[in-house]
Design a protein around this ligand. Structure first.
Ligand code: NAP
Length: 294
């Protein structure tokens, strides 16, 4: 391996230590940051994600409130809970774990969260603020990717960045953040005829596809920075069965790239760190608005 292995775990740890200091400062002013995490149903993966988020809050000094509901909770019941959390002065961020049961419209739920508590950054207002280059909550995963890219020291101005994937939660906001950093950005997706033609010209590649071995060494320009968002379970019978794998063929791409994130230990830890960052930021904003002379 010749590439720098970007250590998302270490970078997230450092960031979380800084956030813990900011949270402690707020707590000392009687304004401890608070995050409400809402889980509907009994999806085992969601339960693990939620547990990790609650644990991360505790470790950072953020008060977390976990609300668990049965899978048959009516949509109106969930919307009523969100309205109550919107009005709760001790709550600065509201996270509704996705996916929701089919009878609940996720878009309606996201829009029900007050814009100043949308720490996932999924609402139309947050997306609009990102498009317009205005301050606002940034979606956690692509924002974490930006921090990882910055950690390499690369100056993004004028660089060619290729994002593979165009989801509302990862690919699109990722492309907008790279654009805001003055990169020239190409977005590829499942209908892109020749993916390699684009990635081979890229100084930065972000793969957010959900398919193993999407990006191989032959598709990467020597010296590129490669960020792997993918989280794929390795199928039965393959080496490392059941373990996590990214979208990038790590072993071979690491011989070509200048820097690369591993899976696990790359983007994953940053996603939670950025959720904590948005929550602390939200509490700070609230405190500043309540104490305008400070
Ligand atoms: P998604 O909503 O399924 O989007 C996947 C995107 O990849 C789509 O835009 C799709 O194109 C594109 N795509 C599919 N096959 C392709 C191909 N052969 N060539 C080029 N593009 C292709 O997934 P997502 O939510 O963005 O997540 C992507 C991956 O990141 C998943 O593995 C997910 O588990 C992982 N993830 C990780 C974290 C983390 O914290 N580490 C957080 C979020 C997501 P179309 O639009 O044309 O269908």
């Amino acid at each position: 391996m010749t590439a720098l292995r970007i250590d998302g775990t270490a970078i997230a740890r450092q960031l979380r230590a800084e956030l813990a200091e900011r949270a402690a400062r707020l707590a000392s002013l009687g304004h401890r940051p608070g995050l409400a995490v809402v889980l509907v149903g009994d999806d085992p993966a969601s339960a693990i994600y939620v547990r990790n988020k609650v644990k991360a809050c505790e470790e950072t000094g953020i008060r977390s409130v976990l609300e668990r509901y049965a899978a048959d909770l009516p949509e109106g019941g969930l919307l009523a809970r969100i309205a109550a959390l919107n009005d709760d002065a001790k709550i600065h961020g509201i996270l509704v774990q996705m996916p929701l049961p089919k009878h609940i419209a996720a878009a309606k739920v996201i829009e029900a969260i007050s814009a100043d508590k949308d720490v996932d950054g999924y609402s139309i207002e947050s997306a609009g603020r990102l498009v317009a280059g205005l301050p606002g909550f940034r979606p956690c995963t692509p924002w974490g990717c930006m921090k990882l890219i910055e950690s390499t020291g690369i100056d993004l101005r004028g660089k060619h960045a290729v994002v593979i994937g165009r989801s509302n939660t990862v690919g699109k906001p990722m492309a907008l953040m790279l654009l805001q950093a003055d990169a020239t950005v190409t977005i590829c997706h499942s209908r892109t005829p020749d993916l390699a033609e684009h990635t081979r010209r890229a100084d930065v590649v972000v793969a957010a596809v959900g398919r193993r071995h999407t990006l191989t060494a032959a598709m990467v320009k020597p010296g590129a920075v490669v960020i792997d968002v993918g989280m794929n379970r390795i199928a039965d019978g393959e080496p490392r069965t059941g373990k996590l794998s990214g979208d990038v063929d790590f072993e071979t791409v690491a011989e070509v790239a200048s820097a690369i994130t591993p899976v696990p230990g790359g983007v994953g830890p940053m996603t939670i760190a950025m959720l904590l960052a948005n929550t602390v930021e939200s509490a700070e904003r609230k405190w500043r608005s309540a104490t305008p002379l400070v």
